[in-house]
Ligand binder design. Structure first.
Ligand code: 5AD
Ligand code: SF4
Length: 461
């Protein structure tokens, strides 16, 4: 069989990053190899995101770029998968007739047969069937990742929470958890292939195992992952505050590999808005959980998501949000302007906030948070952070980059005898702080003498 090339464009969250890797594995038996060059590809796949309006616009603008390419090379196959595919189905081919395949979030496992169908029948195929799903599939096959030391591992998918603004329950379906044994096996395999840090992912990881009855809930799963030899760090995302149990909070103290960082989306500082969002907690409960996390694991980094301009958000509600941001002092905040999504209840709410007001609130909050992000980063100047080296920094060729346990990006110069390699954990003294990263120097005698294999740090001081 002639070798062909596939180029995947991944948009959106980590779930999509994981799914794109599964696509590569699924296509390997059809003799497709990945390429980073769009114009060399025989098969172009878009793994899309529909969480916000802006994300969906990105899909159509990328598809627009492919019109000319398809006209010049009609033999290339263009496939659109992920959340926009699930949401739009046939509407996608109507709007963009140069698409050959539409495969929804449940059709991932059927991708190879869809590609074959297009080749054989030379017609467009659409598969948005939510049944017979292959969700949470873990495809065994070649690992195409190179020079990576961190990996995402999907542990659950879907969401049963139905926050009133969110499209996820509609495009990803109900909560389903993978079997613990399958997850553990996948992580062991990743570790054998050089992975040192895993991030367990799912729309609401705290709900892991609650509906399927695998006899293992999320804290229990974490404990089992913690026992995997050779693995250095564990992270997880995303956590719903209402499901953040005391046992999970205590895991931050009990489990040595669990990194001291939690992404805990709050969405608003106003209990009135939280209730209209159907979040299932009030502001006070969130604040209490944050205090408990900091009590159990001092220095834990806390990041969050916040939506401004939710329908009916009044000035007083927004002020409560600003106040919460000042009170909690997040390490980082992802800010979003509310946008209507198809079929979500909030799309029908009255009292929509005008775009100009949303914009103003967005920049006000951004400014407030910027101060705290910088303050938190500056507090690390003079400290020594254990950096898991990921490789050369994107910005500067003679710098290496990695992350601290708290998930801060740390860049540092690799001195001649430093021997820093991807996969190692290296002590780095922080000398400068910016809003998105920190700059440091490896510490140690002779500018760093490090030994130790398998990424294990054995620092010769
Ligand atoms: N509008 C704006 N932001 C949204 N998010 C989810 N849905 C919407 C929407 N309709 C944000 C939430 C969520 C993050 C991934 O995206 O903050 O946590
Ligand atoms: Fe969406 Fe809410 Fe589920 Fe998160 S918890 S995925 S915001 S419905």
């Amino acid at each position: 069989m002639k070798q062909k090339l596939v180029h995947i464009v991944t948009m959106g969250c980590q779930m999509n990053v994981y799914d794109s890797e599964q696509m590569l594995r699924l296509l390997a038996p059809l003799n497709y190899r990945p390429t980073s060059q769009l114009d060399k590809a025989d098969l172009i796949l878009l793994n899309t995101c529909s969480i916000r309006e802006k994300a969906e616009h990105k899909v159509y603008s990328f598809l627009g770029r492919l019109v000319r390419m398809k006209r010049l090379r009609p033999d290339i196959i263009i496939g659109v998968g992920g959340c926009v595919a699930q949401q739009e189905g046939y509407r996608l081919v109507e709007r963009a007739p140069h698409i050959d395949i539409v495969f929804g979030t449940f059709a991932l496992g059927r991708l190879p047969s869809l590609v074959e169908q297009v080749k054989d029948q030379e017609k467009q195929v659409v598969d948005v069937n939510p049944r017979g799903s292959s969700e949470l599939l873990c495809v065994k096959g070649p690992v195409f990742k190179v020079e990576r030391v961190t990996a995402f591992v999907t542990i659950m998918q879907g969401c049963d929470n139905f926050c009133t603004y969110c499209v996820v329950p509609y495009v990803r379906g109900r909560e389903v958890s993978r079997k613990p044994e399958e997850i553990l096996e996948e992580i062991r395999l990743l570790v054998q292939n050089g992975i040192r840090e895993v991030t367990l992912i799912g729309q609401n990881v705290n709900a892991y195992g609650q509906k399927n009855g695998h006899g293992c809930d999320f804290p229990a799963l974490l404990e089992r992952v913690n026992d995997i030899e050779g693995l250095q760090r564990i992270r997880f995302t995303t956590s719903h505050p209402k499901d953040l149990s005391d046992r999970l909070i205590e895991a931050f103290c009990r489990l040595d590999k669990l990194a001291p960082h939690i992404h805990l989306p709050v969405q608003s500082g106003s209990s009135r808005v939280l209730s209209r969002m159907n979040r299932g907690y009030a502001r006070d409960l969130y604040v209490k959980k944050v205090a408990r996390l900091r009590n159990v694991r001092p220095g834990i980094a806390i990041t969050s998501d916040m939506i401004v301009g939710f329908p009916g958000e009044e000035t007083a509600d927004f002020e409560a949000t600003v106040d919460l941001v000042r009170q909690v002092e997040f390490d980082g905040l992802f800010l979003f302007k509310y946008s209507d999504r198809p079929n979500v209840p909030a799309a029908k709410f009255s009292n929509k906030v005008p775009e100009a007001v949303k914009g103003k609130r967005f920049s006000t909050l951004l400014e407030v948070q910027r101060e705290f992000t910088l303050k938190k980063n500056k507090a690390l100047i003079g400290t020594t952070q254990e950096v898991l080296v990921e490789g050369p920094s994107k910005k500067s060729r003679n710098q290496l980059t990695g992350r601290s346990p708290c998930n801060k990006i740390i860049n540092f110069k690799d001195s001649a005898n430093c021997m820093a390699r991807a996969g190692r954990i290296l002590p780095v003294r922080i000398v400068e702080a910016f809003s998105h990263s920190l700059l440091g120097h490896p510490v140690g005698r002779g500018h760093g003498e490090y030994s130790g294999e398998n990424g294990g740090m054995s620092y010769a001081a």
